[in-house]
Ligand binder design. Structure first.
Ligand code: CP
Length: 310
């Protein structure tokens, strides 16, 4: 690989070129090999300090980043909103300035406020990695999804990917859409019209409100979680009704190609967007996505740390 990484932050997939996305994926392939060795640790971030600052709940992303940092031999500090001085009214920027004063090198942050990462990245010399900001962006999730698709299906050019569910509230959908488009995939989004706005057509993707149309001919289907915590209005009559009309289950799976990949970023609402037998079935790559997340996050940390060294 011959690519000169120059970004100190990873804020959004939208900011990346196709070449930068491919650089991360290729680097992650190398780290996946490290993760499959008997000794799974390398000294790439020895002497570097990474602060994981999670102001919103997380299992997969938080654990995966921390493990990635351990595998790269970084020093690690974990801060959560509960128990931090944010609870005493300290501003986000003051917290970040204090982390910087303690000579941290990289801040991995999850925050409910869209754009909060851009705010801090402009004010700190630390590298900033977005681990999810509200409904806006979740770049490492999209990168691990795209890594998994590339690993299973090869080149993404012309590949048909359907993203189904709560697109309106989904940072995963937005990040996947930008990443997939940049790599030439053919993207469809589907779900109830209240959760899948027609405005998305203006960026060159198909919008449909019919599950059969979204499943037929898809090479990949990515089911998204119904985000009860971000919904302050009734976007559909009931969860049962959603599951019947838009859930991938024993009724709708007949429309799916036998070699189509079934993906979900997690956490799953079992038997709502996806029935348990399909989530755990032969076409599902959901846990492989989680495994690949480790290599992808090692790659992102490695590239950003390398950039900070220059
Ligand atoms: N997919 C994802 O971001 O999961 P967590 O919220 O558990 O990190």
């Amino acid at each position: 690989m011959d690519f000169n990484w120059t970004k100190k932050d990873l804020l959004s997939i939208y900011d990346l070129t196709a070449e930068e996305i491919v650089c991360i994926l290729d680097t992650a392939e190398e780290f996946k090999k490290v993760c499959q060795r008997n000794v799974k640790k390398v000294p790439a971030l020895r002497g570097k300090t990474v602060v994981n600052f999670f102001v919103e709940p997380s299992t997969r992303t938080r654990v995966s980043f921390e493990l990635a940092e351990q595998r790269l031999s970084a020093d690690i500090i974990n801060i959560q909103a509960n128990g931090s001085s944010l609870q005493k009214g300290e501003t986000l920027l003051d917290t970040v300035k204090n982390i910087e004063a303690l000579q941290a090198d990289i801040i991995v942050m999850r925050h409910s406020a869209p754009g909060s990462h851009n705010l801090i990245a402009n004010e700190t010399s630390c590298g900033v990695i977005n681990a999810g900001d509200g409904a806006h962006s979740h770049p490492t999730q999209a990168l691990l999804d795209i890594f998994t698709i590339r690993e299973k299906k090869g080149d993404l050019k012309g590949l048909k990917v359907s993203i189904i569910g709560d697109i309106r509230h989904s940072r995963v959908a937005r990040s996947n859409i930008w990443g997939l488009l940049k790599l030439g995939a053919d993207v469809t989004i589907a779900g109830p019209s209240t959760l899948v706005p027609r405005e998305f057509e203006s960026i060159g993707i198909k919008v449909c409100h019919n599950l059969k149309d979204a499943l037929e001919n898809a090479d990949v289907v990515n089911l998204l979680r119904i985000q009860h915590e971000r919904q302050n209005a009734g976007y559909f009559p009931s969860t049962d009704e959603y599951a019947k009309i838009f859930g991938l289950n024993h009724n709708s799976v007949k429309y799916l190609k036998p070699d189509a990949l079934v993906m979900h970023p997690g956490p799953i609402n079992r038997n709502v967007e996806l029935s348990s037998d399909i989530a755990d079935g032969a076409q599902s790559v959901i846990l492989e996505q989680v495994t690949n997340g480790l290599a992808v996050r090692m790659a992102v940390l490695f590239l950003i740390a390398g950039c900070l060294n220059k």
